[in-house]
Design a protein around this ligand. Structure first.
Ligand code: 13P
Length: 246
C-alpha cells in the first residue's frame, strides 16, 4: 500500500497568533512516519508555517497560484515561484471554490498546473460534481471533462482530489460506495487519458472528520484525504492522521 496523504486545507482562515496556537498543539503529538501530512494555508501565512513547521514532517502548501509565471506587473498576484521561495512544497489547483467564485476553467487550470510543476511544486488537482450534476446522473461525465486536462501532464507527479461539491462544508459526506465507484472510475479515466502506468494518488475531500475518516480511508482506491474545516482543530486533525495509519 502507498503511504497515505492527509492534507489540511485551511481555506481563508488564520491569524498569526491563532496559527501559532494550532501549530504548537500539533507539535505536542507524535506524528506517524508513514503518513504524508500537509497544510495548505492562505498566502500571508505560508512562510510563517514553513518556519514553524521546519522541524516536523508536515509540508506546507498553498491553496492556489497565479496564472502568470514570470515576475512582472501583475498587481495582487502570487506566482508559483514565490510560493516555492516561501517554503511551499505543494499547491491546490482547481478547488471547487475557485471554480465557483472565480470561474476557473480547464484552460486556466492547465496554465496553473504547468506553473506549479515548473516551480517544483506538487499540484493537488481538485475535481468534483455539483449536487445537481449528480442527481441528473452526470457525475462521471463532469469528472471526465475536468480530468481531460491531464492529457498534457502524462508524466507529471501530482495528486488528484475528488471533492464532490455537495459534500464540501455541508457535513454531508459521500457514501463509501460512491467514493469507491468514483475513484475507480477516475483511476481508469486517468489511465486512458494519460496512458500513464504510475498510479496518481487519489484523495477524497468533503466533510471528512474524526468520526468518518477511518471508514473513508479504508475505502478501496482512496489514498488519503483533503480536509477542510476539521484541519483547523489540532486534536481532530490528529485523529484523522491517526486513522490513516490503521
Ligand atoms: P470540508 O472538509 O470543510 O468539507 O472541506 C473540504 C475541502 O474543500 C477541502 O479542500
Amino acid at each position: 500500500m502507498q503511504t497515505p496523504w492527509i492534507i489540511g486545507n485551511w481555506k481563508m482562515n488564520g491569524r498569526i497568533d491563532r496559527n501559532i496556537a494550532l501549530i504548537n498543539a500539533f507539535k505536542t503529538f507524535r506524528l506517524p512516519e508513514k503518513v504524508h501530512i500537509g497544510i495548505a494555508s492562505s498566502y500571508p501565512y505560508i512562510h510563517q508555517l514553513y518556519t514553524e513547521l521546519q522541524e516536523t514532517s508536515i509540508w506546507v502548501g498553498a491553496e492556489d497560484c497565479s496564472q502568470f509565471y514570470d515576475d512582472g506587473a501583475y498587481t495582487g498576484e502570487v506566482s508559483a515561484n514565490m510560493l516555492a521561495d516561501c517554503g511551499a512544497k505543494f499547491v491546490i489547483i482547481g478547488h471547487s471554490e475557485r471554480r465557483t467564485y472565480f470561474s476557473e476553467n480547464n484552460d486556466l487550470l492547465k496554465i496553473k498546473l504547468q506553473n506549479a510543476l515548473s516551480a517544483g511544486l506538487l499540484p493537488i488537482f481538485c475535481v468534483g460534481e455539483t449536487l445537481q450534476e449528480r442527481e441528473s446522473g452526470q457525475e462521471e461525465k463532469v469528472i471526465a471533462s475536468q480530468l481531460a486536462i491531464l492529457r498534457d501532464f502524462a508524466d507529471a507527479s501530482m495528486i488528484v482530489a475528488y471533492e464532490p461539491v455537495w459534500a464540501i462544508g455541508t457535513g454531508k459526506v459521500a457514501e463509501p460506495e460512491q467514493i469507491q465507484a468514483m475513484h475507480q472510475f477516475m483511476n481508469e479515466e486517468i489511465l486512458s487519458i494519460t496512458g500513464k502506468r504510475d498510479k496518481i494518488p487519489l484523495l477524497y475531500g468533503g466533510s471528512v472528520n474524526a468520526d468518518n475518516a477511518s471508514i473513508i480511508l479504508k475505502t478501496s482506491c482512496v489514498d488519503g484525504a483533503l480536509v477542510g474545516g476539521a484541519s483547523l482543530k489540532a486534536d481532530v486533525f490528529m485523529r484523522i492522521i491517526t486513522a490513516a495509519t490503521e
